[in-house]
Ligand binder design. Sequence first.
Ligand SMILES: [Fe+2]
Length: 279
Amino acid sequence: MKVSKFAPLIGAEVTGIDLREPIDAETRHQLNAALVDNVALVIRDQDFTPPQYLAAVSLFGEPMPQHFTQYALPDCPLVHEVSNRHKDKSGQRVKHGAGWHTDHTNHVRPPKYTCLFAVSLPSSGGDTAVVNMRAAYESLPRDIQQSLQGLKTVNVFQGSAASNYSGQSADAQAEKKPEPVLQPLIRVHPDSGKNALYFHPVKTENIVGMSPSNSQKLLNDLLERSIKDEFIYRHKWRKGDMLIWDNRAAMHKAHFDYNPEEFRLLYRVLVRGELPISA
Ligand SMILES: [Fe+2]
């Protein structure tokens, strides 16, 4: 197995390994360490059935159930389809994840990792981008870092600001809201001990002690400061790619820059996380 960095701050490629084969403890440790270190990892040239894929993701932790259960594979429900052929109730193509976000912040224990495996790809485009929110936090001026200390986001299935963001499906808007969940805006990584910005703009109703509109202004400002080329890995999919990233130090988005008539299908698995730690 070989691990090669794409860039100093984010992204690495893993080659020379077939995750259908038995993986020893040392290799498993190296894979997990490379993921935490590089935030996003691409494991090339894999060839999985859904159960084999699920077993491969399990090398990184315990798979967990996901929102939008209509996309679960009937025979392997912890694996979900991410497909450009899914339609909402009004017949429009759904475009989940078009804006920068991190997954399932409205869960008390949100997923530590998100994993995608390419099944069918358009001839070009359809990239997935991941941004290093640890580097983003570290790039903030010290006074801003201090002003964010102790702030908590109030997370719901979909916040009232959701309609400001493009690409939200009518199905998503129709879902009922469960109990709000508080998350730290500055999150400490349990393995590296480093701080990262942690929020989902659409799932944040507000920051505790702030109005929804002022909360969105602050989050938009933080997002603007975070989205810099040197912090981003933009994954151009190849057949056989398994992409996994660390939600405790990353945000991600899907690019819808491809011919929608071409079929794009990925399999997604989420890995159960711990309770987020406040800075
Ligand atoms: Fe996502």
